[in-house]
Design a protein around this ligand. Structure first.
Ligand code: XMP
Length: 526
């Protein structure tokens, strides 16, 4: 497929470059900087972007791509570290900046060269860089660097500067090599999307209008061809990814898809019922709902360590799933809702973009099951999966739901888990979600949930003293769950949630609201 390749040098923004290009309907993939040149050359590329990264180009182990990328005759755009790499590889000079620049800078684009006019007297009419086409002369940009280009390589021209650095962008138009010291992919950079679009459309001449559903027919045909008369098993959690993946695969193979939903007893009110309504009734899936709640509860008895809870739940889930899947005949394939960030993270260079959420992989099914994997969403980002779901006409209620962790309510009950504590949390959680929806706030929040604390406090209820549990309410805004801020809920909504829970849920007499961001806190409490 026609695409732009992003070579990752470890920047925390690498994925953002990809997301912005996809927003522009340009298909792109991310590979580690060390990818073999033959693999790069074998792709149907229209251009290459070299990402930023935390290293200095002069560091001993500075990441370097194969210099042969400059011989592929493809347009190249270097961003931040990528710019320093281009300058270094093409024999320019990079030095340590006097001052590390982090945050906003005012970028001034400069004219490049003379253009001969047809008039009698040649006049100086310098040309603007193609990368800044349609971009005003002065824009606010986001910088994050410690090194800077001191001397440009031969044949290169400066195309922008800031008050702190003379060369904030450079290029060699003949060779189609462009470089920016700032980050066009970051939201705070004015005209960032325009600049990336100029590269993709104006310089790389990428013509297609890619969309997540562009590959729908092809994927369906591939799955049909691979699966033939065998069966596919899917651990369907009802979350966005597994739901979209299973609907997609069912379009290809219909009743040869067998879904298993494990009721751990740690689900929210309505979760199981919704599974039945959507997948059994509406889509007529082969969906088996396995009630394993007693088993999970017995194994979790007396366990209060968050990591042990996760391990026990993960192991028990696999056990239940394996046992159930053995009952399915001709099962040769396992469907998984793996997304693009999961793959990128596992191949990336070391650095912030390489953070692997290993503890989140509850339900990661073992290799020994000996099933071939089907991962139809593995090149998509979350928002693209939602778009795909929309093109498959799936209910918004499924597509727009908040993330819910694999270990479920177990990691929202701090300390020991008992049926009584699960019941208290379920009731409180339902009230909170209902009120947030009634107030029209559900879609403004990334995740909203309650945490039952192992703290009792004194209260008065009617004429009596009470000594009951404390409940924490946590609502956060986030783009990808990696960072988050607490939601500034209207007081009226907070008041409603609090008064309804304390009056309707026996066992809770105090509510607190969590006002920490991530970092330093995490979203979940355990
Ligand atoms: P944290 O708490 O690490 O959470 O800030 C980030 C996102 O991941 C979810 N989360 C999990 N998801 N299994 C999961 O499937 C887990 O063990 C797990 N722990 C956290 C969390 O709800 C948030 O969306």
């Amino acid at each position: 497929m026609n695409q732009i390749l992003i070579l990752d040098f470890g920047s925390q923004y690498t994925q953002l470059i990809a997301r912005r290009l996809r927003q522009l309907k340009v298909y792109c993939e991310i590979l580690p900087y060390s990818t073999n040149i033959a693999e790069i050359a074998a792709k149907d590329l229209k251009g290459i972007i070299l990402s930023g990264g935390p290293s200095s180009i002069y560091a001993k182990d500075a990441p370097k791509a194969d210099p042969k990328i400059f011989e592929l005759n493809l347009p190249i755009l270097g961003i931040c570290y990528g710019m320093q790499l281009i300058s270094h590889e093409c024999q320019g000079k990079v030095i340590k900046s006097k001052k590390r620049e982090y945050g906003f800078s005012l970028l001034k684009t400069s004219r490049l060269c003379r253009v001969p006019s047809k008039g009698a007297m040649p006049i100086r009419r310098p040309k603007k860089s193609r990368i800044f086409k349609g971009v005003p002369e002065k824009i606010k940009v986001w910088m994050s660097h410690g090194d800077e280009v001191k001397k440009m390589p031969d044949g290169f021209k400066k195309s922008a500067s800031t008050s702190d650095i003379k060369i904030a962008a450079l290029e060699n138009e003949q060779k189609n090599i462009y470089a920016l010291q700032f980050h066009p992919e970051v939201h705070h950079t004015d005209y960032g999307l325009k600049i990336l679009g100029n590269f993709a459309r104006g310089i790389c001449l990428y013509k297609d209008q890619w969309s997540p559903s562009s590959f729908l027919n092809e994927t369906i045909a591939d799955i049909k061809k691979d699966v033939k008369n065998d069966s596919v098993i899917c651990g369907l959690s009802g979350g966005v990814d597994s739901s979209v993946a299973s609907i997609l695969v069912s379009k290809a193979i219909g009743k040869k898809l067998y879904c298993i939903f494990v009721d751990t007893g740690l689900l929210r009110v309505g979760d199981k019922e919704r599974m039945r309504a959507v997948f059994n009734k509406k889509y007529k899936f082969n969906l088996k709902i396995v009630d394993a709640s007693k088993l999970f509860l017995s194994r979790l008895k007396g366990v209060s360590s968050p990591e042990r809870k996760r391990k026990i739940i993960g192991k028990t889930f696999i056990e239940v799933f394996e046992k159930e899947s053995k009952k399915i005949k001709n099962a040769e394939f396992l469907l998984q809702g793996t997304l693009y960030p999961d793959i990128i993270e596992s191949v990336s260079v070391k650095g912030p973009s390489a953070v692997i959420k290993s503890h989140h992989n509850v339900g990661g099914l073992p290799k020994k099951m000996n099933l071939k994997l089907i991962e139809p969403l593995k090149f998509l980002f979350k928002d693209e999966v939602r778009d795909l779901g929309r093109s498959l006409k799936m209910p918004e209620e499924i597509l727009m739901q908040h993330p819910f962790p694999g270990p479920g309510l177990a990691i929202r009950i701090i300390g020991d888990i008992t049926q009584a504590r699960i019941n208290i949390l379920k009731k409180a959680d339902k009230i909170m979600r209902d009120e947030i929806k009634k107030f029209g706030w559900y879609d403004k929040i990334w995740q909203a949930f309650c945490v039952l604390l192992p703290v009792k406090s004194v209260g008065v209820m009617g004429d009596e003293r009470s000594y009951e549990n404390t409940l924490a309410v946590r609502c956060v805004e986030s783009v990808d769950g990696m960072t988050a801020d607490w939601s500034k809920l209207p007081y009226e909504l907070m008041q409603k949630i609090s008064s309804r829970i304390v009056s309707e849920v026996k066992g809770i007499n105090r509510i607190v609201y969590d006002i920490t961001s991530k970092p330093p806190s995490t979203i979940e409490w355990e």
